[in-house]
Ligand binder design. Structure first.
Ligand SMILES: [Zn+2]
Length: 297
């Protein structure tokens, strides 16, 4: 479907309140696909490629399963080059992806059901042709000037793509899917805050005029500020809850208590996120760890 100008998209409801949008930019020379969705969107994503035409560049915002799920199908249909900014083994090896994403600790169980759930979102590995760096610009024609912007937070190596001609910023998960029943988390809390400040500054200056985020409907300027505020509020809540629950418990107990407080499922994403938050608060001197227990300083 066409959004406006040279933007094409397809969408589905991933879970209640959480859409998954995939965008393509149609240039006169070639088209660019940003992320490839989940395996179950195969026909939609291939239809999007057909609609935009001449897709020869696939840009990956970050390597989570719902952003790389039709990589093989798109590669086979278009022969496009794949660009990603990091965590390359998660695209090129599905077992590495599963183990590093879903089993970050021996406290977390493996199960066939979880394997099927996560691995079932992706159609397989592809090779990454080019590792993206901030500032890399794509000029596919039709006046599009798409610049790679580093957006660390949800993932350390996450990037977005800014069409400098229009002020449209295409992002993966840096504006989180708050309605998810699990923690849609982060790999750096401080880095996330800095990225929110960076995005606000780009909106203030008018460099960014609209944000096209994977899990939000297209955001005008006002709604972009609001989504940033909601994300910042979430970061504050996580930090406050971690501090509150640091009452001399071990980490698994803290994880369980924070998940209960914030009404989120006990699973691997929240575990990894809270480990990051605890480590950052220890580095800041707010918390301390002794004999495997976490205390307020
Ligand atoms: Zn993600």
């Amino acid at each position: 479907m066409k959004f406006d100008n040279n933007i094409y998209y397809t969408t589905l409801d991933l879970m209640p309140g959480v859409p998954l949008n995939i965008y393509a930019l149609k240039g006169s020379e070639y088209s660019i696909l940003i992320d490839t969705g989940i395996k179950g969107m195969r026909d939609q994503v291939l239809g999007l490629c057909e609609e935009a035409g001449k897709v020869d560049t696939v840009l990956i915002t970050h390597v989570h399963a719902d952003h790389i799920g039709c990589n093989v199908a798109v590669k086979e249909k278009t022969g496009a080059k794949f660009y990603a900014a990091g965590a390359i083994p998660w695209i090129e090896n599905m077992e590495t992806h599963y183990m590093e994403f879903c089993i970050p600790s021996e406290h977390l169980p493996d199960s066939q059901q979880q394997r099927d759930e996560i691995l079932g979102l992706m159609d397989g590995p592809v090779n990454v042709d080019v590792v993206l760096a901030e500032g890399t610009v794509f000029r596919p024609g039709n006046g599009i000037e798409l610049e790679t912007v580093a957006l660390p937070g949800h993932k350390l190596e996450e990037v977005g793509f800014l069409n400098k001609a229009t002020g449209d910023l295409f992002t993966g998960d840096i504006l989180l899917a708050m309605a998810a029943p699990f923690f849609h988390g982060f790999q750096t809390a401080q880095g996330f805050r800095n990225t929110m400040a960076k995005m606000k500054s780009m909106l203030d200056k008018g460099t960014v005029k609209r944000i096209f985020a994977a899990h939000h409907h297209p955001l005008d300027k006002e709604k972009s500020y609001e989504a940033i505020r909601i994300t910042e509020k979430f970061l504050d809540e996580v930090r406050d809850n971690v501090i509150k629950e640091s009452k001399g418990v071990d980490f698994p107990a803290l994880w369980k208590n924070v998940c209960a407080n914030m009404n989120k499922q006990l699973e691997f994403r929240g575990f990894a996120m809270l480990e990051v938050q605890v480590d950052e608060l220890i580095a800041e001197g707010v918390l301390r760890k002794a004999d495997g227990r976490i205390y307020k300083v």
